[in-house]
Design a protein around this ligand. Structure first.
Ligand SMILES: O=C(O)CCC(=O)C(=O)O
Length: 411
């Protein structure tokens, strides 16, 4: 028999006016109920720890506290629960912050009480039952906690196997190194044809075939989403100082409307989704070990996403993310042919004829065409990045350059 899952105690559940945090807490409570947890709303004004009777009846000895309205109420509940001998988790990202001085004192007291600080998504990742937290971003984005059991181990095993089997490389953007390591794996034809995903970098990382652990995760993602994925960008955040700046993913080469799926291993980092328009608050989505964020294209279009730099705490561990995409553009590195959704040629024979014609051009003319093409592709990437109304039809007729290195050659 497994011990019962920690109960979720929601202190002062409905602040007025309703806040983004309150909506997050409602989603977390719904997911916790779906996992079979006891969920108890608690009015802090009642004092003490009024959940004791219901918890004792359910045989629960571990509680997780959240509180969208009041830090003080959560602290009072933590004191009461500890005094009664409960093990207590405090869901640090599901509690009203309060002024910085008070928040810092609260953090110290939580520690002194022997409570554990963690993220709501880490709580939901526990237990045998994976659970979805839907309705994130523009409503088309879902975080699955514990989604990939069977292909991802709970401990460090999968992380370590992956870190070993992948060949990590530096990636350059505008002459500088991006602050993380990367690798690309994709479905490759027997004749070396590769799925091609273009984003603004000086040179695409080399494309490897699927390695065993990455392929097992890919198959798990396909089974759970019902979508096919033929491309994966892997990123290694070596510690909290590695980050990715806010951006929208480039959709030139995507098969629409397939989602973009981010699988996380190792340390929990937070993805921040900030609306491009209006003054809506950024939404913070924690990405714990074994989670799968299925991001819809409406969220990608209307919001920036980023993994912020966090500084390096002593327990700062590394994280690996695997971003799976369904790509509809293909590249034959042997001939330079590019065809499919993001290219002028719809099929390989046409692309090969075009590649031959390009190769026959005088070198100066060829270089200047490539520069012009790279310049236009970069401009459209920039427009797509900032404009929530960007129409992907603007990419037509598509591009044959595979990266932006022609711009660096321009001198
Ligand atoms: O590491 C992550 O989860 C985010 C990756 C990302 O935003 C990207 O590759 O575009």
């Amino acid at each position: 028999m497994h011990p019962p899952l920690a109960a979720l105690i929601v202190v002062d559940p409905s602040p007025e006016p309703a806040t983004a945090l309150a909506r997050t807490v409602e989603r977390v409570a719904a997911a916790a109920r779906a996992q079979g947890r006891v969920v108890i709303p608690l009015a802090s004004a009642a004092g003490g720890f009024g959940a004791h009777e219901a918890l004792a009846a359910a045989g629960v000895r571990r509680v997780a506290l959240c509180g969208p309205a009041s830090l003080a109420g959560v602290l009072a509940a933590a004191r009461g629960a500890r005094a009664l001998g409960y093990a207590v988790d405090v869901l640090a990202d599901a509690i009203a912050e309060g002024p910085p001085g008070r928040a810092q004192r609260a953090r110290r007291e939580i520690e002194a009480l022997g409570c554990r600080r963690r993220s709501w998504a880490e709580l939901l990742s526990e237990g045998d039952r994976s659970v979805a937290v839907p309705g994130l971003g523009e409503g088309d984005t879902t975080l699955w906690c514990g989604a990939l059991r069977g292909c991802i181990e709970e401990g460090a095993g999968t992380y370590e196997a992956l870190a070993r089997e992948v060949g990590w490389a530096a990636m350059m953007h505008r002459g500088g190194e991006v602050p993380r390591r990367v690798a690309v794996q994709a479905t490759r034809g027997p004749d070396g044809v590769e799925a091609l995903y273009r984003h603004p970098v000086d040179g695409q990382p080399p494309v490897g075939g699927w390695t065993p652990v990455v392929d097992a995760i890919r198959r798990g993602v396909e089974a759970r989403t019902g979508s096919a994925f033929n491309h994966c960008l892997l990123q290694l955040y070596r510690d909290g100082r590695d980050w990715i700046s806010e951006h929208s993913d480039k959709t030139l080469d995507l098969v629409r409307p397939s989602p973009i799926v981010n699988v996380s291993l190792g340390r929990t980092r937070t993805m921040v989704l900030r609306p491009k328009r209006g003054d809506g608050a950024p939404e913070r989505v924690p990405l714990p070990h074994g989670s799968m964020l299925v991001m819809g294209l409406a969220t990608n279009r209307a919001r920036y996403h980023e993994i912020r730099r966090e500084g390096a705490a002593p327990d700062d561990g590394p994280r690996i993310s695997l971003t799976f995409r369904h790509i509809g553009t293909f590249h034959d590195p042997a001939t330079g042919a590019v065809w499919g959704v993001g290219a002028p040629a719809a099929d390989r024979p046409t692309a090969e004829a075009r590649a031959l014609a390009r190769a026959a051009l005088p070198p100066g003319e060829r270089a200047s065409r490539e520069r012009a093409e790279a310049e236009r592709m970069l401009q459209l990437f920039r427009a797509e990045n900032v404009d929530p109304d960007f129409d992907p039809a603007a990419f037509r007729p598509g591009f044959e350059v595979v990266d932006l290195r022609a711009l660096n050659d321009a001198g």
